[in-house]
Ligand binder design. Structure first.
Ligand code: GDP
Length: 365
C-alpha cells in the first residue's frame, strides 16, 4: 500500500486526482518537494501561506451537514452566496433549518451576466420570492459581481451592519464565486499580508479559514458543497468555460413555429411542440451556438452532428426529455447553462444530460 502523506497545513490526505477536493497537490509538485525534502503542503494551503489567496474546495454532503450543524450552534451571521444565473443549482437545501435561527444575509453573485436592462428592484423582489419558496427568509439580499470593487465594499458594509459584533460564516455551493468574493474581501479588509489563519471545525478534519474583522470576531470561509444538479459537474474545464457567461448575456429571440427544435450546443435541446407561432428567447452564454431544426428530424440531426456542429456534449450521458404545458410567460431553466423564455400558451419539451436539474419558473425578464 502507498504511504499516506498528509498536508502539514490542514491535515488533509495529499491526493493528485481531484483538483477541487481537499488535499490536492499535482503529482509533479509532490515529487519535487519530496526530493528536496521540503514540507508538504496541499496546493490550497501553499497558496494561502504564500499569497494570502484562497482556492475553492468542496466537501461531501455528510461533511457539509456536519459543518452547518456546527455553525448552527454558534451565534453568528451567515452569509449565503448564490449564483443569480443558476439560482436553483446554488440553493442549499434546508439551510434555514440547519443554521439554528441565525440571521442569513443572501448574496446573489454574478449580476454582471444578466441583461443590464433588468432593474435592481425587480431582481431583488424575484430573489426574495425564490428564497422564500425554499424556506429562506434572509435579513437582506445583496446583488454583487465579485469582480466589482464597489460591490465588495457594499457587501462589507452590509456584513458590518448585520453582524452586530458577531462572527460571520460564509457558505455556498461550489462555483457560485465564493472564493472570488472572499479573495476580494481579504484585499478590501486588510490590504496586507499574513492575516488569514486556518483552524479546524472541532471533531472533523475540515479546515476553516478565518479572516479577523476586529479584536474578537472573524469572518470564516467554509468549503463549498457540490450540488450535483449543476451542469458544471458534468463538463471539463474547457467546456465549462465555453458555456459559462463571462459578461452580459445578449438575449437571442427565435420566431418559432410549432414542431421546431433548438439545439443549445450539444448539451441541451428545446422542442416547441404545439401552440401559436411565437418568439422564444434564449438566455445563454453569447458564444454558445444555437441551431434551429425541424422537430421531426431532430433526433437524426443530433445523432449526426453531436460533438461536431453541436458543441460541447457531455460524453456518455443521454439527453433526457421532459414535457411542459406552459400557460403564462415562463422560463425553462437548464441548471447552470441558461434558460429559454416562452411566452405561452405552448406545449414544449426540454432535454438535458441525465442528472442535471431542469426547472420551470415564472419569467425573470
Ligand atoms: P467557488 O467555487 O464558489 O469558490 O467559485 P469561484 O470563486 O471559483 O468562481 C467560479 C467561477 O465563477 C470562476 O470561473 C469565476 O471566475 C466565476 N465568477 C466568480 N464571480 C463572478 C462574477 O461575479 N461574475 C462572473 N461573470 N463570473 C464570476
Amino acid at each position: 500500500m502507498e504511504e499516506e502523506i498528509r498536508c502539514i497545513g490542514c491535515g488533509a490526505r495529499i491526493q493528485a486526482e481531484d483538483k477541487e477536493a481537499l488535499g490536492f497537490l499535482p503529482a509533479s509538485a509532490l515529487k519535487k518537494r519530496l526530493e528536496n525534502d521540503e514540507d508538504i503542503y496541499c496546493q490550497r494551503c501553499f497558496r494561502l501561506r504564500h499569497y494570502n489567496e484562497i482556492v475553492p474546495t468542496s466537501l461531501t454532503d455528510d461533511d457539509f451537514l456536519r459543518l452547518l450543524n456546527e455553525i448552527g450552534q454558534e451565534d453568528a451571521l451567515i452569509v449565503n452566496v448564490v449564483d443569480i444565473f443558476d439560482f436553483n443549482g446554488s440553493i442549499i437545501p434546508g439551510l434555514h433549518r440547519l443554521t439554528g435561527g441565525n440571521d442569513v444575509l443572501l448574496v446573489a453573485n454574478k449580476k454582471d451576466v444578466l441583461p443590464h436592462s433588468l432593474k435592481a428592484g425587480k431582481l431583488k423582489a424575484w430573489l426574495k420570492g425564490e428564497a422564500s419558496e425554499h424556506g429562506l427568509k434572509p435579513v437582506d439580499i445583496l446583488v454583487t459581481s465579485a469582480k466589482n470593487k464597489d460591490d465588495v465594499s457594499e457587501l462589507m458594509e452590509a456584513i458590518e451592519h448585520y453582524r452586530h459584533g458577531r462572527d460571520v460564516y460564509v457558505v455556498g455551493v461550489t462555483n457560485v464565486g465564493k472564493s472570488t468574493l472572499i479573495n476580494a474581501i481579504i484585499k478590501n479588509v486588510t490590504g496586507s499580508q499574513d492575516v488569514i489563519t486556518t483552524s479546524r471545525f472541532p471533531g472533523t478534519t475540515l479546515d476553516k479559514i478565518e479572516i479577523p474583522l476586529d479584536d474578537d470576531s472573524q469572518l470564516i470561509d467554509t468549503p463549498g458543497i457540490i450540488h450535483r444538479g449543476q451542469m458544471a459537474h458534468y463538463l471539463d474545464k474547457k467546456d465549462l468555460d465555453l458555456v459559462s457567461p463571462k459578461k452580459e448575456i445578449k438575449p437571442r429571440t427565435f420566431q418559432l413555429n410549432p414542431e421546431q427544435t433548438l439545439f443549445l450546443g450539444g448539451l441541451a435541446r428545446f422542442d416547441f411542440i404545439s401552440g401559436e407561432k411565437q418568439g422564444m428567447t434564449a438566455f445563454f452564454e453569447n458564444g454558445l451556438s444555437i441551431h434551429r431544426t425541424k422537430l421531426a428530424g431532430a433526433d437524426d440531426f443530433y445523432e449526426k452532428h453531436a460533438g461536431e456542429l453541436l458543441q460541447p456534449v457531455v460524453e456518455g450521458r443521454k439527453l433526457l426529455r421532459k414535457e411542459f404545458s406552459i400557460k403564462e410567460k415562463s422560463d425553462i431553466v437548464y441548471s447552470g447553462l441558461g434558460w429559454v423564455r416562452v411566452s405561452g400558451p405552448a406545449v414544449v419539451a426540454a432535454w438535458l444530460p441525465e442528472g442535471v436539474d431542469l426547472v420551470v419558473r415564472k419569467a425573470l425578464i
